[in-house]
Ligand binder design. Structure first.
Ligand code: UDX
Ligand code: UDX
Ligand code: ADP
Length: 477
C-alpha cells in the first residue's frame, strides 16, 4: 500500500517547474500544489500576471491552466514553509553547465540542486518524497539521498525518486497534458516502490496507466540524457546531409521526406536547420560525454561529442554561406536577423543558433538589426555581451539594433537571415513585396529554417539561399 499525497511543492518556478506544477494542479483538484522560488521578483510575476504577456515565460496555453491559481495552485517565496507542508517535493531548479573547474564546459553545475536539497534536509520535520525533476547527470539522485540522510532530523525519512520531464518548450502544455510517457525511477525496494506508486497516482489523474512507466533510478536518469541525445543526433545527421545536398543539387527537404516515410525512421526531428539550440540538447549531450569519460569510455564520449561538433559546424557553415553570397564581405552592410529564440513559440534564447549568428556578423563589422516576436530586448543584450565585461556590451551596441517589427529590421538591409521558424515569418503571413522594396539591391534572403517558398520570393526579385538546397550560383538546370 502506498501513501496518498495531498500536498506537493515544487522548488523552482522556471520553464519546467511552473508549467509542470500548473498542469498537475489543473488536473488534480484534490491536490494542493505550491511552487516556491528564491526569486521573489519571479514569484510576484507568477502571482500577479493578469494575462499571458505578463507571465515570466511565454508558452502557448500556459495562462489557461493557471486558472487554478489561488484555488489549489499557489506561488510563494517562503520556501521553508512550502517544504514543511508538503508530502512530496519536486526539485526543479536550474542546472547550468559548469563554467569553471573540473568538467568545465561539460558537466552540470549541481550547486542549485545541492542547496535546494540541503534546504529540504534542514527544514523537514516529517517524511518527504523528494523528486528529482531537473535534468541532471546520472547518479544525482544518489548524491541527493546522501545529503538528505546526512543532514535530516532524526526520525525523518526521505525517499528519492527520479521523474525527468520530457516536455519541449513551445509545446509544453500540450506535452504535459498528453505525454508519450511519464517516467518514474525509484530504488528497488519496498519503500522506493511505494513512493513511486504515490507519484504515479498523481499522474494517473490524467495520464493513461500504460504510459506511466517505472524503472530503477539510474535507468530513469540515463533515459533523459539518451532521449535528448538521440533527438539531437537526428538533427545533426540531417544537418550533415544538408551540406551534401548543397554541394550536389539534392534537396534536403525531399531527402528527409523520402527517408522519413520509412516507419522505422519516421518523419519527426528531420527538419534541417541552422542548428539546434535550447537549454537541453547541448547540455545533456555534454553531460553524456562527461559521464562516458568518467567511466573510461573515450570512444563513446567522442561518438556523442560529434553530435555537438556537427551543430557548431552547421552554424559556422551557414555564416560562411552568407558572407560568400554577399560578395565575400559584410563590412558596413546591414543584415536583418529574423528571430532570436531557439525555436518558435518560445521567448527562450538559451543556446539559440541566432546568438552565434549575430556574434559572427558583428565580428564581420556588419550592422545587425534583430526582430523576434517574443524575446525581451534585455535578454538579447545579455546574450550578446560577455558576462561581467562591460566593454562587450558597448561593442555589441555599436553594431546591433533591436527592431520593433520585421519591416523596421529589414529597412535598408542587404540581407534577411531567418534564424527562428516563427509562423509570422512565413511568406503567407509577412508582406515580403513591401520588405523587398525597402531593401538594398540585390536583396538576399537566407532561409535557415526552410520555411519559405523560394520560387515565390525569387519572383519578387529576392536572391534566395536555403539550408540544404543548391546555392543559386550553382543552379542546375
Ligand atoms: C537493410 C534495410 O533495412 C533495408 O530497408 C534496405 O533495403 C537494405 O538494408 P537488411 O540489411 O536486410 O535491410 O536488414 P535489417 O533488418 O535492416 O538489419 C540490418 C542489421 O541490423 C542486421 O544485422 C540486424 O540484426 C541489425 N539490427 C536491426 C539490430 O542490430 N538492431 C535493430 O534494432 C535492427
Ligand atoms: C527538448 C526535447 O525535445 C524535450 O523532450 C526535452 O525534454 C527538452 O529538450 P526543447 O529544447 O524545448 O525540447 O525543443 P525541441 O523541440 O526539442 O527543439 C530543440 C532544437 O532543435 C530547437 O532549436 C529546434 O529548432 C531544433 N530542431 C528540432 C531542428 O532544428 N530540427 C528538428 O527537426 C527539430
Ligand atoms: P528550467 O529550464 O530547468 O526550469 P529555469 O532556470 O527556468 O530552469 O528555472 C529554475 C528556477 O529555479 C529559477 O527560477 C531559480 O530562481 C529557481 N531556484 C534555484 N535555486 C532554488 C532553490 N534552492 N529553491 C527554489 N528555487 C530555486
Amino acid at each position: 500500500a502506498h501513501k496518498k499525497i495531498t500536498k506537493v511543492c515544487c522548488l523552482g518556478a522556471g520553464y519546467v517547474g511552473s508549467p509542470t506544477s500548473a498542469v498537475i494542479a489543473h488536473k488534480s483538484g484534490d491536490l494542493q500544489v505550491t511552487i516556491a522560488d528564491i526569486s521573489t521578483e519571479r514569484i510576484s510575476r507568477w502571482i500577479n500576471a493578469t494575462n499571458e504577456k505578463e507571465l515570466p515565460i511565454y508558452e502557448p496555453g500556459l495562462f489557461d491552466v493557471l486558472e487554478c491559481r489561488g484555488r489549489n495552485l499557489h506561488f510563494t517565496a517562503d520556501i521553508d514553509k512550502a517544504i514543511e507542508e508538503a508530502d512530496l517535493i519536486f526539485v526543479s531548479v536550474n542546472t547550468p553547465t559548469k563554467k569553471k573547474g573540473m568538467g568545465a564546459g561539460f558537466a552540470a553545475d549541481l550547486g542549485y540542486v545541492e542547496s535546494a536539497t540541503r534546504r529540504i534536509a534542514k527544514v523537514a520535520t516529517s517524511d518527504k518524497i523528494v523528486v528529482e525533476k531537473s535534468t541532471v547527470p546520472c547518479r544525482t539522485a544518489q548524491s541527493m539521498r546522501k545529503i538528505l540522510e546526512a543532514n535530516g532530523k532524526p526520525g525523518v525519512h526521505f525517499d528519492i525518486l527520479s521523474n525527468p520531464e520530457f516536455l519541449a518548450e513551445g509545446t509544453a502544455i500540450k506535452d504535459l497534458l498528453s505525454p508519450d510517457r511519464v517516467l518514474i525511477g525509484s530504488l528497488d525496494n519496498d519503500r522506493g516502490k511505494s513512493a513511486a506508486a504515490s507519484l504515479a497516482e498523481i499522474y494517473a489523474n490524467w495520464v493513461p496507466r500504460e504510459r506511466i512507466i517505472t524503472t530503477n533510478v539510474w535507468s530513469s536518469e540515463l533515459s533523459k540524457l539518451v532521449a535528448n541525445a538521440l533527438l539531437a543526433q537526428r538533427i545533426s545527421s540531417i544537418n550533415a546531409v544538408s551540406a551534401i545536398c548543397e554541394a550536389t543539387g539534392a534537396d534536403v527537404d525531399e531527402v528527409a521526406y523520402a527517408c522519413g516515410l520509412d516507419t522505422r525512421i519516421g518523419p519527426k526531428f528531420l527538419k534541417a536547420s541552422v542548428g539546434f539550440g535550447g537549454s537541453c540538447f547541448q547540455k545533456d549531450i555534454l553531460n553524456l560525454v562527461y559521464l562516458s569519460e568518467s567511466l573510461h569510455l573515450p570512444e563513446v564520449a567522442a561518438y556523442w561529442k560529434q553530435v555537438v561538433d556537427m551543430n557548431e559546424y552547421q552554424k559556422s557553415r551557414f555564416t560562411k554561406r552568407v558572407i560568400q553570397s554577399l560578395f565575400n564581405t559584410l563590412t558596413g552592410k546591414k543584415i536583418a536577423l529574423f528571430g532570436f529564440a531557439f525555436k518558435k513559440d518560445t521567448g527562450d534564447t538559451r543556446e539559440s543558433a541566432a546568438i552565434a549568428l549575430a556574434k559572427n556578423f558583428v565580428q564581420e563589422q556588419c550592422q545587425v538589426s534583430i526582430y523576434d516576436p517574443k524575446v525581451e530586448e534585455q535578454q538579447i543584450w545579455l546574450d550578446l555581451s560577455e558576462p561581467g565585461v562591460d566593454s562587450s556590451l558597448t561593442e555589441a551596441k555599436k553594431y546591433v539594433t533591436i527592431a520593433k517589427d520585421a519591416f523596421e529590421a529589414a529597412k535598408d538591409a542587404d540581407a534577411i537571415v531567418i534564424a527562428t521558424e516563427w509562423d509570422a515569418f512565413k511568406d503567407t503571413e509577412l508582406d515580403y513585396e513591401k520588405i523587398y522594396e525597402q531593401m538594398n539591391k540585390p536583396a538576399f534572403i537566407f532561409d535557415g529554417r526552410l520555411i519559405l517558398d523560394s520560387k515565390k520570393l525569387e519572383k519578387m526579385g529576392f536572391k534566395v539561399e536555403v539550408i540544404g538546397k543548391t546555392r543559386s550560383e550553382l543552379s542546375f538546370e
